[in-house]
Ligand binder design. Structure first.
Ligand SMILES: [Zn+2]
Length: 195
């Protein structure tokens, strides 16, 4: 699969499949994190999902997507799928991705982005307090999987495709900025332990 096709496709899935779910989820008091599983062969979406912590504090965007995936009677093997996460996973979610047998994940916002742009410090605090690691300080390539930053895929593109993808990236960031503001304004109203 051409890398150029991949970066463009992942941005399209965030924009067209995940963000509409997340906009509804945030309206219901949930966090901004979402995920999708794509077929490696044709990059079609198998399932997309979003955070549902108001129902269960373990239903992070990635875990909630996996929960729904395993509830579907017909499902491909995880080795044949790409895991797309809007935000570089927390330790709960990266373990879930590992236990489910994926050999990859691709993320839009890095841990460092999340630290700088989203007032949700818990995942990075857990990384530090439990494992002594700084943001992004875990092994992004290991025996189980390799983690890919979509920003790196975009930067590897030739012009003018790179500029087009950067514009799309910025448009997506704008939607997340608005969602993040909305979540922060209302998070005192929910009962999520680490809100
Ligand atoms: Zn998580």
């Amino acid at each position: 699969m051409a890398a150029s096709h991949l970066a463009a496709r992942l941005l399209d899935v965030i924009e067209g499949d995940i963000l509409p779910l997340t906009e509804r989820g945030v309206a219901a008091g949930n966090k901004v994190f979402g995920a999708a599983l794509l077929s490696k062969t044709d990059l079609s979406v198998v399932i997309a999902g979003t955070n549902d912590e108001t129902a269960n504090p373990l239903w992070h965007g990635e875990v909630n997507t996996l929960r729904q995936f395993y509830e579907s009677p017909q499902r491909p093997a995880t080795k044949d799928l790409l895991f797309l996460s809007t935000h570089e996973p927390c330790t709960l979610c990266m373990s879930a991705i590992t236990w489910a047998g994926f050999d990859n994940y691709h993320y839009f916002y890095s841990h460092e982005d999340s630290r700088d742009s989203f007032a949700i410090p818990h995942d990075l605090k857990i990384l530090k307090e439990l494992f002594g690691l700084d943001p992004g300080g875990y092994r992004r390539s290991n025996e189980f999987w390799t983690a890919y930053a979509i920003s790196d895929l975009i930067d590897a593109e030739p012009e003018p495709q790179r500029q087009r993808l950067l514009a799309q990236r910025d448009r997506i960031r704008g939607r997340y900025d608005a969602l993040s503001r909305r979540y922060q304004q209302h998070k005192g109203d929910n009962e999520i332990p680490l809100g």
